[in-house]
Design a protein around this ligand. Structure first.
Ligand SMILES: [Zn+2]
Ligand SMILES: [Zn+2]
Length: 391
């Protein structure tokens, strides 16, 4: 845990009936609009998911109007909430000229397509930005809503898995690359939202005016610069949580927009389904990459939770969390005394109520990381399940 983890006061201590949130990211959206850095407002948009109470939409002002980062979830209710938040901030919708999307999760890109359609906003994302649920793509049963469903189930395992070291996981990627009905790469059950939920989301998608697909008009490459809030921002590609994750660094004012890559009190979900080769290593590399900026960064603006200052401290805490996980797999292997399946190892990492395909996917990412670094042996059993021996 970094020094910026917020300790919530208990209702008794606060003298009121305020609910207690163990994590900043769980707090419901505060309607207050705050200036968090020169020319940058923080608007909190509600997300109605267990484990995530809001997403931060940052509004960057310049002479042309506003660029907004991560304008919330898709759908009519989120759009209404976005408009209300802009109204509170005194930002006329027509002045929004750009939507910046940090990555391809619905709580981040959701409002971008609608902003493009309603007010002609440009959409800025990393060049690898990709939505698998795009209706234009053939044979695609996976959509943004399904991702949202995965996000909510991830939060369940997240809140359970923090018993040991106080970390939680934020997800949304999970099923993006995976078909519901085929087995997971490790042979187990793939994560999937309920049928009802899938149907509901599919209906929503069927009404395109509610969820226009965001099509980036500017696709940034690593180290590209782009001008917002009257200064230049450097694009920093940070694959790990998703392959297309983008952070933005402002050397002039020392501001770092971190998206879900570096969050104040939870760790982003790293999915074993997301990329073929060692997503955990990609995430570590992306953490090391942003850590390099730490002595120039005065303010980190995360997508969930409060702005914070100690980028290096938070990066180190997140890496420490994952190192703990990898060590735990090592001791679990000893305790098992034989090779174990992903689910068996998952039982060591996650509490009973967190068990399931989401937990398995994260465990799989860790086991694959060990295997690729020669610290575990992997083989496929006759029944199709992968099993691992951790050295
Ligand atoms: Zn995300
Ligand atoms: Zn998020």
């Amino acid at each position: 845990m970094g020094p910026h983890d917020q300790q919530q006061t208990t209702p008794a201590a606060a003298g009121g009936a305020a609910p207690k949130y163990r994590k900043q990211e769980q707090e419901p959206a505060n309607p207050e609009v705050t200036e968090v850095a020169p020319g940058i407002l923080r608007l909190q948009l509600p997300i109605h998911l267990p484990g995530l109470g809001h997403v931060n939409c940052y509004a960057l002002e310049d002479e042309r109007g506003f660029a907004v980062v991560d304008p919330g979830m898709p759908g009519p209710r989120a759009w209404k909430e976005l408009r209300a938040a802009f109204a509170r901030a005194g930002i006329p919708l027509a002045r929004v000229h750009t939507a910046i999307v940090t990555h391809s999760h619905p709580d981040h890109f959701g409002g971008a397509g609608r902003l493009a359609r309603e007010v002609g906003a440009s959409i800025v994302a990393h060049r690898s930005f990709r939505l698998r649920w795009n209706p234009a793509e053939p044979n695609d049963d996976i959509d943004a809503e399904a991702q949202a469903a995965a996000t909510s189930s991830a939060c369940v395992h997240g809140s359970a898995c923090d018993g040991a070291d106080g970390h939680q996981h934020h997800d949304g990627e999970m099923i993006r690359e995976h078909n519901w009905d085929s087995p997971a790469p490790w042979g187990g059950r793939p994560p999937a939202p309920t049928r009802l939920r899938r149907l509901r989301w599919r209906l929503l998608r069927a009404v395109p005016r509610w969820m226009p697909t965001p099509v980036p008009t500017t696709r940034l490459r690593e180290a590209d610069t782009i001008r917002f809030a009257k200064r230049d921002w450097v694009a920093v590609h940070t694959p790990g949580h998703t392959a297309d994750h983008l952070c933005l660094f402002d050397p002039a004012e020392g501001v770092f927009i971190s998206g879900d890559h570096v969050l104040p009190t939870i760790t982003p979900h790293i999915s074993g389904l997301m990329m073929a080769d060692d997503p955990l290593q990609k995430f570590f590399d992306s953490l090391d990459k942003v850590r390099v900026f730490h002595d120039q960064v005065r303010t980190v603006l995360p997508a969930h939770g409060h702005p914070f200052h100690d980028l290096a401290g938070r990066v180190d805490a997140i890496k420490h969390h994952h190192d703990g996980r990898l060590d735990r797999l090592h001791t679990a292997s000893k305790e098992l005394g034989r090779a174990g399946t992903v689910t068996e190892f998952s039982n060591y990492l996650f509490s009973p109520r967190a068990q399931g395909p989401m937990a398995d996917s994260e465990t799989y990412a860790h086991l694959e990381h060990l295997a690729m670094h020669g610290r575990a042996e992997r083989r496929r059993r006759p029944d199709g399940l992968l099993e691992y021996d951790v050295a």
